[in-house]
Design a protein around this ligand. Structure first.
Ligand code: HEM
Length: 485
């Protein structure tokens, strides 16, 4: 086999990769040393902006296989036949810390799936939690600022974390979830994934349904206690990455079973909870889980930067038969992601191999921009309509229309009969075993007792009291005991 030749970026052979060129032995460097200049300059440009949230993550390829007939509810092509397989890429992540952060921390986990369907890429960008902290996207930047590193101290501050929650009673449900046993997954393989939001499915007849997605792990849910996690972080800060990478390399392919809850569109208006409120679940007794298929991960990316760091998921990437609901949070996300990608990766990020459609062809009149690689040929017009053979619209509705009424304005989300900020948090607490309750209370008290201001502590305690009197009493006692220490 002929030896590979080291070259410059333009392909010219490199004569010496150990010594830079100098003016005489021991003299200063020569500006003409192209290899040195290029090497140093390129190195300076290796980093791109990290994701503003979910910066730290791990990715893998796999497939989705349909196991059950859901054609009565959606016309989505990739779900239209039992046994149909669709290639996919997944990225799991932590949320709050920066790129170098540790994996085994108390934080929600991202669960972002890109299905490479024959009707284009479908991105389902979820978390390992069925609910979220807030229900209006206008609060998202403030929320994230309060959870990430403080601009002065350079670290996460309990004062900021709990001050935000003091002003966000709607977060009580998700805070209860996060501080509970599932708050630190043992690995990405041992957690469930949720679409969290309500989405809309439309069938061939044009009938609309609202759905919630649940990916149940087939590895079993396993979590770490605060102490176990602290120990693991010290031993292997990359524990989730190590676990996922090694499992797939060993051929132990992790899998999840996808279920959906399905609500006929007409039931949404009178459901006891606002079905578009991201801080609420739909109890399974109201809308049972219906199986759809299985998701299997079977291949590691060859290059973390190219395929994982440059992966770009957008909740706005739908396929016919699947669309958004009026959930305000989801609506905000429909803008935020592709905008983030244009900033982080550039306008042509959709042409990168991990992001480009694989089973469909992107064919449109978008042109140019930095790093364009798919830009049309001499046979392609760059405008539409045209008299030539360019791509044209289908005239087929992607999803069913939504009925709307009322006045424009900065409205709060409408409350349904059973809606308040605390009922479901209390239900979650009451579901827990005595041991789970003890750990939950200890975790909350561990953080809340570090807050410097009494009024912030009081406001948070009021939320736990409102969720369940026993819950509030125990958290209050635990916080007081720790503060007296
Ligand atoms: C209005 C609320 C939200 C806004 C504005 C928002 C915005 C963002 C932004 C800007 C990114 C970085 C994207 C990138 O640079 O590639 C991101 C990442 C992410 N977000 Fe959100 N987010 C919101 C709520 C949520 C919710 C409710 C979920 C889950 C249900 C979620 C799941 C994720 C995941 C999984 C990622 C990482 C995707 C990846 O692996 O590349 N986000 N979000």
């Amino acid at each position: 086999m002929s030896k590979r030749v080291l070259t410059t970026e333009s392909g010219a052979p490199v004569a010496d990769n150990q010594n830079s060129a100098t003016a005489g032995v021991g003299g200063p460097l020569l500006l003409q040393d192209q290899h040195l200049l290029e090497k140093l300059a390129r190195f300076n440009r290796e980093r791109i902006p990290e994701r503003v949230v979910h910066a730290r993550g791990s990715g893998a390829y796999g497939f989705f296989e349909v196991t059950d007939d859901v054609t009565a509810f959606t016309k989505a092509d990739f779900l239209n036949e039992i046994g149909k397989k669709t290639e996919l890429f997944i990225r799991f992540s932590t949320v709050a810390d920066s790129l170098g952060g540790a994996d085994a921390v108390r934080d929600p986990r991202g669960f972002a799936v890109k299905f490479y369907t024959e009707e284009g890429n479908y991105d389902l960008v979820g978390n390992n939690t069925p609910v979220f902290f807030i229900k209006d996207p206008i609060k998202f930047p403030d929320f994230i600022h309060s959870q990430k590193r403080d601009p002065f101290t350079g670290k996460q501050e309990p004062d900021n974390v709990w001050d935000f929650w003091a002003h966000a009673p709607e977060a009580t449900h998700q805070v209860t979830w996060l501080m509970g046993d599932r708050g630190i997954p043992a690995s990405y393989r041992h957690m469930n994934g949720y679409g969290s939001h309500t989405y809309q499915w439309t069938n061939e007849a044009g009938e609309a349904f609202f759905v919630k997605y649940h990916f149940k792990t087939n590895q079993g849910v396993r979590s770490l206690s605060a102490d176990q996690a602290a120990e693991l972080v010290g031993k292997d800060a990359n524990s989730h990455q190590t676990d996922l990478l090694q499992a797939i390399e060993r051929g132990v392919n992790p899998s999840w079973t996808l279920y959906v809850q399905i609500m006929p569109a007409a039931e949404a208006a009178n459901y006891r909870f606002n079905p578009f409120d991201l801080t609420k679940v739909w109890p399974h007794a109201d809308y049972p889980l219906q199986r759809v298929g299985r998701l299997v991960l079977d291949r590691n990316p060859d290059n973390v930067f190219a395929e994982v760091e440059q992966a770009a998921f957008s909740p706005n990437n739908f396929v016919p038969g699947i669309g958004p609901s009026p959930d305000k949070m989801l609506q905000g996300r429909l803008f935020a992601y592709a905008d983030a990608h244009r900033y982080r990766l550039g306008v042509n990020h959709t042409q990168l191999p991990v992001n480009a459609p694989k089973a469909a062809v992107a064919d449109n009149y978008g042109r140019d921009g930095f790093m364009a690689t798919r830009n049309g040929s001499r046979h392609d017009k760059n405008y539409e309509p045209n008299s030539y053979s360019g791509p044209a619209q289908t005239d087929a509705a992607l999803s069913a229309p939504l009925a709307i009424s009322g006045w424009t304005g900065t409205h709060e989300a409408p409350l349904h009969v059973k809606d308040d900020d605390f009922f479901q948090a209390g239900e979650l607490y009451r579901l827990m075993s005595e041991d789970e309750k003890k750990r939950l209370v200890a975790n909350i008290a561990g953080g809340l007792s570090q807050v410097s201001r009494e009024d912030v502590i009081e406001k948070n305690l009021a939320h736990f009291h409102a969720a369940d009197p026993d819950y509030g009493k125990r958290v209050e006692e635990a916080v007081r005991a720790l503060r007296e220490d």
